[in-house]
Design a protein around this ligand. Structure first.
Ligand code: SAM
Length: 287
């Protein structure tokens, strides 16, 4: 069956009495070049175990199954069970797990399902949970790459450089754990039903360690959140709102000692500058 032929897909779904759920972000791919290109550019190969989030009716799952040793596909909507039974039946290397991805112990799943394989994550994500899913995939610390289709603006935020409008706390989070690369755009007419927004595929090549020394990760991300919590404010003001006990003058001295102007805005700082500030704060709290 051609899962990217709109007429065949409509017949398949009607046969199983399936109704699209907007709340679950169900926009299924119906342009064959998209899943093919995602898998081709993802680097998935025969040594890989791939975690897919939200197989839907399985167009990406089938492409992945054709390249990887194993695919574990986590799907929350059990009404898709008879559909996936029909579309994935021929693939012995695919396992569908009927769960909410946000409730899954991802490192445990990878340990249990992908022993001896190179773990990768690949998905056309349900957009309403993009941030928590990408966060969980990166924090899991077990994938060599995470390739996801997301809303184009979100992909741009992940890969944004300092000094640009798209640059923010999520850019720093993604770039702390990985090196994001925008792969290609996907227009709304590639989906059934059509979403209102353009999508984009982004690849996060996961780093083997942090890009610069960070003494206390939690403190590093607290500094980042404080800086972007009030992104139009000067850094010394934004940080003193996030760290009220430290005092503005003390913060101003600390920033200067880190080579950062207290009047700068957080959006102009790169990861290394945030790391210097967080490390100086950690040292002060220790002393
Ligand atoms: N991979 C398919 C494709 O490309 O056509 C479907 C992608 S569709 C954008 C998102 C899929 O994620 C849907 O099948 C939806 O039911 C599923 N989904 C939504 N929320 C989920 C969750 N919390 N956990 C797992 N799957 C979820």
């Amino acid at each position: 069956m051609d899962l990217c032929n709109v007429q065949e897909v409509r017949q398949l779904l009607a046969r199983h009495g399936f109704h699209f759920s907007k709340a679950r972000g169900q926009n299924f791919l119906v342009a064959p070049w998209v899943p093919r290109e995602i898998v081709r550019q993802s680097g998935v190969g025969p040594d890989c175990g791939v975690l897919e989030i939200g197989p839907g009716i399985g167009p990406l799952t089938r492409e992945l199954a054709g390249q990887a040793a194993k695919v574990a596909a986590v799907e929350v909507d059990r009404t898709l069970a008879p559909v996936l039974g029909e579309t994935l039946g021929e693939f012995a290397n695919v396992e569908v797990l009927w769960q909410d991805i946000l409730q899954v112990d991802i490192p445990g799943l990878v340990r249990d399902r992908f022993a001896g394989l190179r773990p990768m994550a690949c998905a056309n994500l349900p957009y309403y949970i993009t941030t928590p899913v990408v966060t969980a995939l990166l924090e899991a610390g077990c994938f060599s790459a995470v390739t996801v289709m997301v809303q184009k603006e979100v992909a741009q935020r992940m890969a944004a450089r300092p000094g640009t409008q798209a640059y923010g706390a999520f850019s720093l989070f993604c770039q702390y754990y990985a090196q994001p690369k925008l792969l290609f755009d996907v227009p709304p007419d590639c989906f059934l039903p059509r979403p209102k927004v353009t999508s984009a595929v982004v690849q996060l090549s996961v780093r083997s360690g942090p890009p610069c020394p960070v003494a206390d990760e939690a403190l590093f991300f607290r500094v980042v959140r404080a800086a972007f919590g009030q992104r139009r404010k000067q850094l010394q003001n934004a940080l003193s709102a996030g760290f009220p006990r430290l005092g503005k003058e003390n913060l101003s001295r600390l920033l200067t000692a880190c080579g950062v102007s207290p009047a700068a805005r957080g959006e102009t700082l790169d990861i290394a500058a945030f790391a210097r500030i967080a490390n100086a704060l950690a040292e002060q709290e220790d002393g």
